[in-house]
Write a protein that binds this ligand. Structure first.
Ligand code: ADP
Length: 415
């Protein structure tokens, strides 16, 4: 094997120029940290690889001893490798990794999982393979790959699928149950049939809402990294949403107050449909969680600075920033605030509101339109695509106030 010759050309070339490493020809005396010798190109290459790479040498007279004869910069960052030829066990404690290294020293490639603790838990996969013979004994190559993000994404995907299936299964099971009843003992009961058909319709509508929300969310996520096109006045958008929701507002006899600036003051660059969806989801929630005859207010203000670190407007309320904008320094924003006088949200639940399918347990939404738990996740993803922020403020029993702020459009750009 020529890897070692490439890593340590100065030593191997002089000693046994043509002998391959796996036949005992190489002498990997260079160790971590980098030695005094001028580095060869391949050594420099391995040194600068982002993944940790180590070469370990076994000692036939002392089987338990494994020494690190090379560790690249990433490996030295991950493990406490202090001296040349340090014992592997002083740097790597994971028994599975040590076992895999032993196997490689005996000539068999291996693999192991390793978790590193600390403030940020990370998961690594360790690969080992035999690397021929060194000066004192057999050599093994140990490489590690950081799998944390891949695993996290995989976990989220699995959780998401499980949640989505669970959410759809419940109304589906109820529909099947009613169909069975209608074909069975309720076959000739006109009253029961009408009642069951009503429930079935509500369940079918719930499934349709879930699927709509899931599709919206996946569409938004698909282009979350692409800057939105278009320009709109946030106040006009809020007025349009309110107009469309008048029937729901009337039905609940809610008193709505608005506070909008003059036209053109709250212009934002954004995808009109998505911004309308943000406002609609927030206002629909405010309506849904308000008691009959309650109050609801909608305010737009501009220009404002980033309010990620703002104190709650109501001193009795708790405030949580659900999304802080990317690079807010010096930026000016248009801010939308939707406030209701509903049941509010317990303080410890505030940070979880934008999780998919999360619903505050025991909360009544007026019953008529059970939520999907996806509305606020959609709001957050849209605000993120627009480089905006999102916060919630609430005191239990005193209502909730959701705020979204979006960068103001640059002045002078084409309308
Ligand atoms: P849903 O479709 O269930 O309303 P959301 O993602 O919009 O889903 O909201 C998540 C949860 O947050 C809701 O189930 C509810 O428990 C809580 N919530 C949202 N808005 C309000 C509000 N205005 N007042 C009280 N609770 C709210």
């Amino acid at each position: 094997m020529s890897i070692l010759k490439a890593l340590w050309p100065q030593r191997t070339a002089g000693a046994e120029p043509s002998a391959p490493a796996d036949q005992g020809g190489s002498a990997p005396a260079a160790a971590a940290p980098a030695g005094a010798e001028p580095p060869g190109p391949f050594r420099t290459l391995v040194e600068s690889l982002p993944d940790p790479v180590l070469v370990i040498e076994g000692d036939p007279d002392e089987p338990a001893s494994r020494r690190i004869v090379f560790a690249n910069a990433a490996a030295r960052l991950l493990f406490p490798i202090r001296v040349e030829g340090a014992r592997l066990v002083t740097a790597v404690r994971n028994p599975e990794v040590l076992e895999a290294v032993d196997e490689a020293l005996l000539g068999v490639a291996g693999q192991a999982l390793m978790e590193t603790g600390g403030a940020q838990e990370r998961v690594w996969t360790a690969q080992t393979r035999p690397l021929g013979r060194g000066q004192a004994g057999p050599l093994a190559l140990l490489t590690l790959r950081d799998e944390t993000d891949v695993r996290r994404a995989e976990r989220m995907r699995v959780d998401f699928l499980a949640n989505a299936s669970h959410e759809l299964r419940t109304p589906l099971a109820s529909l099947s149950g009613f169909i069975e009843t209608l074909r069975g003992h309720a076959r000739d009961d006109v009253g029961a049939r009408e009642k069951f058909l009503g429930i079935m319709q509500a369940q079918a509508e719930r499934m349709a809402r879930l699927i709509d929300d899931l599709l919206s969310l996946s569409r938004i996520e698909l282009n979350e990294h692409i800057a939105p096109e278009g320009r709109l006045d946030l106040s006009l958008a809020a007025t349009d949403v309110l107009d469309a929701l008048v029937p729901l507002i009337r039905e609940k006899e809610l008193v709505v107050t608005t506070d909008f600036p003059l036209r053109g003051v709250a212009d934002v660059d954004g995808d009109r449909d998505q911004i309308l969806q943000v406002i609609q989801n927030l206002v629909e929630n405010a309506i849904k969680y308000s008691a009959r005859g309650g109050t609801l207010s909608l305010a737009v203000s501009a220009p404002v600075a980033d309010v990620s670190a703002a104190a709650p407007a109501n001193p009795a309320a708790a405030r949580t920033t659900l999304l802080a904008p990317d690079r807010p320094q010096g930026r000016r924003y248009a801010l939308l605030r939707v406030t209701d006088a509903g049941p509010g949200i317990p303080r410890d639940r505030l940070p979880r509101l934008t999780e998919r399918f999360y619903r505050v347990e025991g909360q009544k939404s007026g019953g008529e339109r059970a939520g999907t738990g996806l509305g606020l996740a959609i709001v957050k993803h849209i605000a993120n695509r627009h480089r905006g922020g999102m916060a919630v403020e609430s005191a239990e029993g005193q209502g909730a106030s959701f705020t979204v702020w979006l960068p103001l459009a640059e002045k002078g750009a084409a309308e």
